[in-house]
Design a protein around this ligand. Sequence first.
Ligand code: F6P
Ligand code: MN
Length: 322
Amino acid sequence: MQRLAPALREDNVPLDLISLIKTILAATKEISFRVSQAHLGGLMGSTLDENIQGEVQKKLDVVANELFKDILLESGFVKAISSEEEDTSVAGEPKGKFIVSFDPLDGSSNIDINSLIGTIFSIHESRPELAADDPDQFKQAGHKQVCAGYVLYGPSTMLVMTTGQGTHFYVLDRTHGGYLLVQRNVQIPQDTQEFAINMSNQRFWQQPMQNYINDLVAGDTGPRGKNFNMRWIAAMVGDIHRVLTRGGIFTYPADNKNPNKPYKLRLMYEANPMSFLVEQAGGLAMTSQGRIMEIDPSDIHQRVEVIMGSKNEVTKCLSYYQ
Ligand code: F6P
Ligand code: MN
């Protein structure tokens, strides 16, 4: 099995980007260790604080965020970072070539139940005309990402990453301390009989999504003429990992549960990086209105509707909105 850096060099990934990726991965190895030691190290449970999104911060959220932030800002490659756990962007090296958005610990409600969690990251080139402390650095569409990935702290610690030349799977090999390439050019099957959605929000969805899911649930007695299975890990990293591995459709649609918050998932550090990975694996990543990676961001913590996964199934879902 090939080591990560030679695999990236083979794909002609620029050396400065490889160095940044190695920096990010150093942080994930440390987070992986802390996650495995959370009980023993007194890192279970919540802090007394809320983040900018009004969500209670878990102790591990805070630790992972600080680790990631410190290592990135000290690296010299990074002009600014933005994180789910930071109110606004944080300036780094003024001459840094890249900016990084991240969700340090996605799926944090799974921490206390020893279930799947992960780190999601997205890299853009910095904008030389803007100051390092200008949050507008981050107002770049997803199709301009130069790299995106996540690390899943599961039974194996796995890295899934793209630099725009396919989506590849790597596994952390603790015997030598690095990531090894285990699957190149992952392809999402175009058809699927599996869907992922939080069904408890059903009555709050718009009518097209209600109709689509009703038809899936009707199975071989309904218009689709086949049975569907449902899975919901409650961590986007886990659900998207399953979609990348064996296909499926994952959606967090618009809902009117809270009229001030029609969408749940964040564009910069959840929807965009996952869209890049899914599209590079032959899938589709959409809102009901268009391609996620074409959205021009208006805010670092902007939320969007997400419908992604197997090409034919996403297309089918979108046909209900026409
Ligand atoms: O970060 C947001 C998130 O935890 C995602 O990882 C996950 O897909 C979703 O929220 C879970 O939402 P819910 O709490 O509605 O199940
Ligand atoms: Mn998250």
